[in-house]
Design a protein around this ligand. Sequence first.
Ligand SMILES: Cc1cc2nc3c(=O)[nH]c(=O)nc-3n(C[C@H](O)[C@H](O)[C@H](O)COP(=O)(O)OP(=O)(O)OC[C@H]3O[C@@H](n4cnc5c(N)ncnc54)[C@H](O)[C@@H]3O)c2cc1C
Length: 623
Amino acid sequence: MAKENEKSSPETQAASPPRIGIYICRCGGNISDVVRVEEVAAAARELPGVVVAKVETFLCSDPGQQTITEDIRKENLDRVAVACCSPSLHELTFRGAIARGGLNPYLYEHVNIREQCSWAHPHDRAGATSKATRLIAAGAGKLARAKPLEQIRLPNHRRALVVGGGPAGMKAAAELAGFGIPVLLVERETRLGGWLNHVDRVFPSEEPARELLARLEADVRGSSRVEVLLGAEVTAVSGFIGNFQATISGALGPAGSPIAVSATVGVIVMATGFEPYVPAEGEYLYRQSSRVVTMPEFLELMRQQPLGIPRLRFDGRDVRRVAFIHCVGSRQVDGVNAPQPDGKINAYCSRTCCTTTLQQAIEVRKRFPETAVFDFYQDIRTYGRGHEDYYLQASQSGVTFFRFAGDEPPAIESVEHGKNGGFPLAISVKDSLTWGEELRLEADLVVLATGMMANAHSRGIIEMLKLPTGDDRFLQEIHPKLRPVETALNGVLLAGSAQGPMPLHESLATAGAAAARAAALLRGDAVEVQPFVAAVDATRCEGAGLCVEECEYEGAIALVEQAVEGQTVRRAQVNPGLCSGCGACVAVCPQGAIELNGWRIDQYEAMIDGLVESVPEAAALTR
Ligand SMILES: Cc1cc2nc3c(=O)[nH]c(=O)nc-3n(C[C@H](O)[C@H](O)[C@H](O)COP(=O)(O)OP(=O)(O)OC[C@H]3O[C@@H](n4cnc5c(N)ncnc54)[C@H](O)[C@@H]3O)c2cc1C
């Protein structure tokens, strides 16, 4: 049996014939109700190099992990595969477990037999069992050829760039400063505060927005660690985690004239927020009737109303009836709503408009008792704590509700006799609250509860950093539960509504999370990143440069001059900080001189062999 220190040495782990342990999880029945796990384990025991193949109920639990670490010692295992759920859930858990068992954490293979087998084929036990067997054989083949790897250490600049000075950006900057990290806060407007500048009182606390803003701004301005640049935008950015270079233009210098600032930062927090949806001309008569306004326009109108008048005033006239229409620009339906300029519809819910609408409806009833309020909704989605009270209050204050289906939104028309003192607008709706009755109601003013769109002003920096966005165009996190504020680009974090529609308390919570994650990344002199990047074999590289042409990540691979046997030659060199591990360079190298750490070509070949060879006859498993 090898000694402990021999086992943990990368060289030893790579050199000897493999001793593989395979662990198959029942996942409390999630897997074993469909996949015949004992049969899968029996097949796994026959695979080359496999010493142990066991079935456990919950491998991710402490006792489950302990089984693995104990076996590593008892059975002298030098590699481990776990067949269980998705790697995004527990790959890191098991890498940690095998590291505790004394192995290099990259001598590990994660095989997904839950999402890919039992959940994908719940009515085909034989097929799911056969597929699990093959996937495990593929994983074992790849694992047998795995080499120990080490995390890559990159130098770390202990400074953060926060882009966007709305509530989320301010919160992130103040928290980072609290962790002792210098921050550059860049805001494109000439004042901090973002959308909060347009809000009077914030739901659900009904606190004046300006007071909340003042507190957030005081935290930022009160810290000597935060440098605020207003009227400024990031015009160039490059680099990688620990070492991003940003150029910021348009910032106002002490003399009031614009200056360009260059900064090197270790992390970037994207807090670029949202922008309100602007209806197309003619959508609900918007821009065709001056009496159809958006919610932001209505908030401004409410601010300008004098005190103590019985009716809301608009355009010099009393508003006897105001109608709010929910879901304008949100929860759009294909074939019903016209697509946006990019060809997509906004299928998502904007998550703040229902509460804002009810808040304003109540406000109208409270301040202008002679103005009647109609509310046309699809669903009332007042989902936050205390938000449902607005619905109750609105009902009690006399707001009349009408409910429409998403594919049958209300229609608005201008009414001629409006000129003679009648109502200028009519709203027709098929009301599901009265079992589909077709109603026509007249009003003086229609307010469109417009939703949120991804902020178009963030597009430049998103393109420069190649940040992933979702189908809704908002910035995309790696995993909504496990890595909710991280992006696929290491070192770029998300704060607030840049990530998707959310109310203030969520925007501030994500900003706090982003700041905490950023502080963790910036805590040492070096940052550690996963080793799955391209590696060049300089003895085979002939400097053809096809890899450089093919690479999408600027600076990730370059030809550099090297001295070989007294001659100066050009060879490809990878910058591990910029390499995404996509493998495009591997495919084009005529000499086969580039491989991807952890995903080498011979490992792929072994996987294919495992897939096609592992199960003697699928029919043998079918009963
Ligand atoms: C009509 C309406 C009313 C609302 N009322 C409430 C309420 O009462 N209670 C509540 O909880 N929530 C409310 N919300 C939601 C709330 O406004 C958001 O949760 C909050 O503003 C999100 O903060 P943020 O910092 O993420 O984004 P934002 O407030 O949008 O701030 C983003 C900032 O980033 C800046 N920026 C954008 N791009 C760049 C760039 N490239 N470079 C530099 N700066 C950039 C913008 O100028 C802006 O200042 C309301 C929303 C709407 C639409």
